[in-house]
Design a protein around this ligand. Structure first.
Ligand code: GLU
Length: 295
């Protein structure tokens, strides 16, 4: 069962109402988003995943739905937006699928590998760290972005400045994530709490049920930007999280075609335009995209 991030959603709504004279709320502006020309992809042959997508007439892409500026679903319209969503769309265009031929499916961190393994999604774009353990189960195109594990705390908390301050504190993260595993292994004196989603952790932080939320800075910056009176980031990033596009493990043709697509959109400026219109709105200027690791 998905748990709706009710409290956070209501805070965001409150912020959206605004006080007179305050600037409009930050958030992906659909008008500013690039569009991606759909390519003739008939030359891409030998991908079982793509063959299935072609036969059904649409791509099914796994994403997140509660990560502001990255992957967020508008509950009223059902539309998804954010940087990961743009990455998913630019890649789809190079595989021959326009926006009307994409079905986004929300998949939580802990379920990504199984979703790719049992064909629930054709590929996955959602703050998905590339690492050797996961590579035993799935493939990774990219990386297309580098994040780092960080901490989110309540605005009035001055006791946490880094993971070394988590002893005896309640720290929340998503099950199956690399940040959860890192706290479990390296900071065993922290009291770890897990939920399916980071938005559930953030709700628990705002209501004093936990003391900190830990995951990638890119994700936490979005929550902090949406509720600046309640939340703040604490300390510096303490890991390297290269984001890849998850693919079925043995579909090398698909993985390399996605690498090609990423490289093309990085070179033609789409990547930066997409970043500026989405994740950039959480306040961090566009970095240079990392080199792609083809294997
Ligand atoms: N990048 C980390 C991971 O893949 C944390 C973010 C997430 O759970 O999506 O586990």
């Amino acid at each position: 069962m998905k748990r709706l991030p009710l409290l956070l959603a209501s805070l965001v709504l409150l912020a959206a109402c605004g006080k007179p004279g305050t600037p409009p709320p930050k958030g992906p502006q659909p008008g500013a988003l690039p569009t991606y020309q759909v390519q003739n992809a008939s030359g891409i042959q030998g991908s079982p995943t793509l063959d299935r997508a072609r036969a059904r007439g649409r791509l099914v892409i796994g994403v997140k739905e509660d990560q502001p500026y990255l992957g967020q679903k508008n509950p009223a319209t059902g539309q998804y937006s954010g940087f990961d969503i743009e990455i998913a769309k630019m890649v789809a265009a190079d595989l021959g699928f326009g926006p009307g031929q994409i079905e986004f499916k929300t998949i939580a961190s802990a379920n990504r590998e199984t979703a790719l393994q049992n064909g629930q999604v054709d590929y996955y774009v959602g703050t998905y760290t590339i690492n050797d353990n996961r590579k035993k189960l799935v493939g990774f195109a990219g990386p297309y972005f580098i994040a780092g594990q960080s901490l989110l705390v309540r605005k009035n908390d001055n006791s946490i400045h880094g993971p070394q301050d988590l002893d005896g504190k309640k720290v929340c993260s998503a099950g199956g994530s690399t940040p959860y595993q890192r706290i479990e292994q390296k900071y065993p004196k922290a009291h770890l709490v897990s939920y399916d989603t980071y938005s559930a952790c953030v709700d628990n932080l705002i209501t004093d049920q936990v003391d900190a939320v830990t995951t990638d800075n890119a994700i936490l910056q979005g929550y902090a930007a949406k509720a600046p009176d309640e939340l703040k980031m604490a300390g510096q990033p303490f890991s390297t999280e290269p984001y890849g596009i998850g693919t079925p493990k043995d579909d090398k043709v698909l993985r390399l075609a996605i690498d090609d697509a990423l490289a093309r959109h990085e070179q033609n400026g789409d990547w930066k335009k997409a970043y500026d219109a989405t994740l950039g709105l959480s306040g961090v200027p566009a970095p240079t995209p990392p080199p792609i690791d083809r294997y």
